[in-house]
Design a binder for this molecule. Structure first.
Ligand SMILES: [Zn+2]
Length: 269
């Protein structure tokens, strides 16, 4: 069975209400073949530790596992860090990326060998912060779109400097304050966030997902959908909190013009 999940790159990420033509979305499609590693974070964003077997080692520092809970750098969400541990010996994970369809863990200590059994431990403070920011990005994008009709054209999560780009000619300080308070109102309502991996047909019954139908090759059988109850619904491969009440209040602290019709807002907690 071929399973695929959709993930959008930072320049064309997943907004529920995005109306950008699919060709402009620069969509990143991730294909999970049977022989690929199991990506545990897709189903359980709160998994902090896991057991795995080393499948491949390159240059003594790039490690491929048969399964992983480490999130690779993608979709505007930075990679996880943490540890791989073999019999008490620690191999710090400094970078995680996707190369040739496989997730590669770069470790800063040599010695791991093919066939080793390891325990993976995610640096939870870092991941939890990025989960909060990612869900907050979805909320802010939904608010901006609902208020202005603007299309979301990108996002990048970063500690204290997360940004969302959208197409709008003008905005002012008062508008930004109102977006901020609307987002914080949704945070205060403690709205549940659901992650579902849906059969293709079911996913395409969702208006905000079917808009992007042409971007999914016909052999995709399943699509991962993030639903923030009455707020937002998007195809997305990132990690999210389970309820908006876990997110601190946001502060929009900077706005920039990035060319005609392109605005960028920065927010932090
Ligand atoms: Zn997302």
């Amino acid at each position: 069975m071929i399973r695929e999940y959709m993930h959008f790159h930072r320049s064309g990420w997943c907004s529920d209400n995005t109306t950008l033509p699919v060709t402009r979305q620069k969509i990143y499609l991730k294909r999970l073949l049977l022989e690929s590693m199991e990506e545990l974070y897709l189903k359980d964003c709160y998994l902090k530790e896991f057991e795995a077997t080393v499948e491949n080692v390159k240059d003594d520092r790039f490690i491929v596992l048969d399964r992983t809970a480490f999130y690779p750098n993608s979709g505007g969400q930075p990679h996880d860090t943490g540890l791989l541990v073999r019999d008490g010996e620690e191999f710090p994970v400094t970078y995680v990326g996707r190369f040739g369809g496989k997730i590669s863990h770069e470790v800063s200590a040599p010695g791991l060998r093919e066939g080793d059994r390891v325990k993976g431990i995610i640096d939870w403070d870092r991941r939890e912060l990025f989960m909060r920011y990612h869900t907050a990005c979805h909320i802010l994008s939904a608010v901006i779109h609902n208020e202005t009709g603007a299309m979301i054209s990108g996002n990048q999560i970063a500690e204290n400097k997360t940004r969302v780009d959208f197409s709008l000619e003008n905005f002012d300080r008062e508008q930004l304050k109102s977006y901020e308070s609307k987002v914080n109102g949704i945070i205060d309502r403690d709205v549940p966030v659901d992650i579902s991996i849906l059969p293709r047909d079911e996913a395409f019954s969702i208006p905000s997902v079917v808009k992007l139908k042409d971007a999914f090759p016909p052999d995709i059988e399943e699509i991962r959908v993030i639903t923030i109850e009455d707020v937002d619904r998007q195809a997305c491969g990132g990690t999210h909190v389970s309820s908006t009440g876990e997110i601190p209040h946001i502060e929009i602290f900077k706005a920039e013009n990035k060319g005609k019709n392109n605005r960028r807002v920065y927010f932090r907690f």
